[in-house]
Design a protein around this ligand. Structure first.
Ligand code: AMP
Length: 361
């Protein structure tokens, strides 16, 4: 085997998604180089170039060292992407980083979502509450993640303070959806337009943070999978998208309502490392490096997030069926520091570990 690299991929960011992309790159012969700060967790496995991601000149200099640039966060500033060979493309990232543009885009493409209204002032919020009713949920248009930048409105008394609570920034108000389940669909589209889909994933969140992803979704039917695939195909083709895309949906009686899309590899797809013929990380690299996409044949699998701190190696080693992924991050409340994966048949171990990791449930 030659050790000639097919491609050098530069990731803007050096967190756990960059780390897992770099691990996949090693197996694939694609060199992954990360742009970030010393001590970022991807530094453990990838070359790290120190780059201020808000400095367009530094980002452009980094981009010159690689064949193609990708992102690990949709909150990457648009002005630093100008003129770069970046996948997914800047238009896709721009839409995904603004909840108002994202929801309009869903609707323009015939994809339903929760009723929403633009909110820039308390007067707007009063009007939006009159239109959408209560309870409802105020979300910042930008920079929201893991339940941050959101406030639930239960009564009209909450209106006066809600905007201040999220920092008086442009927002949307969303009607509350009574969903049967939360699911996501992950797809990859290559440079030739080839698309592969993974099976629908069922996701459980608490405090806005993903706790568990299960494949297959217990309520999945061929029709639901096909509906989700139709929606993702529309998005991918409308945006001439290259790379992995994840869309989160609420399952409702009439089908699926899109909640948000992530123009990158996604936490709900971490199970693909063990559970699928080709992981989401490998397929993302394959797509953006112009390679053929890998098969997404998948086995029933469950992933549990480790939030705040990682259980010790001694503790995880006591469950033989467990696959441990420690991102090597410092413990901090609410922080994703690792995940563990099981074959779905390991029901007893999964139940025990879910309780161990989420004692408040
Ligand atoms: P998000 O940051 O938009 O993904 O929201 C985080 C979590 O809050 C979601 O995974 C849902 O559990 C819940 N959530 C968000 N929007 C709504 C909504 N419109 N109706 C009901 N629950 C919601």
């Amino acid at each position: 085997m030659s050790d000639v690299k097919t491609s050098r991929v530069g990731v803007l960011g050096a967190g756990q998604l960059a780390l897992m992309l770099a691990e996949a790159g090693k197996r694939l012969g694609v060199e992954v180089i990360c742009a970030g700060q010393p001590g970022d967790c991807a530094e453990q496995v990838a070359t790290l170039v120190v780059v201020d991601l808000n400095d367009a000149e530094q980002v452009a200099a980094f981009a010159k060292q690689v064949d193609v640039v990708t992102i690990e966060s949709e909150n990457t500033e648009m002005f630093v992407l100008e003129g770069l060979n970046v996948h997914p493309n800047a238009r896709a990232i721009g839409i995904a980083q603004d909840r108002l543009l994202e929801k309009r885009f869903f609707n323009e493409n015939g994809i339903g979502c929760a009723p929403f209204a633009q909110v820039d002032s308390t007067e707007d919020l009063q009007r939006a509450v009159a239109e959408l009713g209560l309870p409802s949920i105020l979300k910042t248009r930008r920079m929201g993640y893991d339940g941050k930048g959101q406030v639930r409105l239960e009564s009209s008394g909450d209106i006066a303070t809600a905007l201040a609570e999220v920092g008086n920034v442009p927002c949307i108000l969303e009607g509350m959806v009574r969903f049967r389940a939360e699911v996501s669909l992950i797809a990859a589209r290559g440079t030739t337009g080839e698309i592969v889909f993974y099976p629908l994933i069922e996701n459980v969140h608490r405090e806005g943070i993903l706790r568990r992803s299960t494949v297959p979704f217990a309520g999945a039917t061929a029709e639901l999978q096909e509906l989700a695939e139709t929606y993702l195909r529309k998005i991918l083709e409308a945006l001439e998208y290259v790379g992995v895309l994840a869309v989160e949906f609420f399952v409702v009686n009439r089908g699926l309502l899109a909640n948000e899309m992530a123009p990158r590899v996604h936490n709900s797809g971490h199970w693909t490392i063990e559970g699928s013929a080709t992981s989401q990380f490998e397929n993302h690299l394959r797509a953006i490096a112009g390679m053929e996409l890998g098969a997404t044949t998948s086995e029933p699998t469950v992933m549990l997030n480790c939030i705040g701190e990682m259980p010790s190696e001694v503790e995880t080693a006591s469950t033989a069926a467990l696959h441990r992924h420690d991102y090597g991050k410092e413990a901090r409340a609410g922080r994703k520091v690792g995940h563990i994966t099981f074959a779905a048949s390991e029901r007893e171990a999964i139940g025990r570990w879910y309780t161990r990791l989420n004692p408040e449930d």
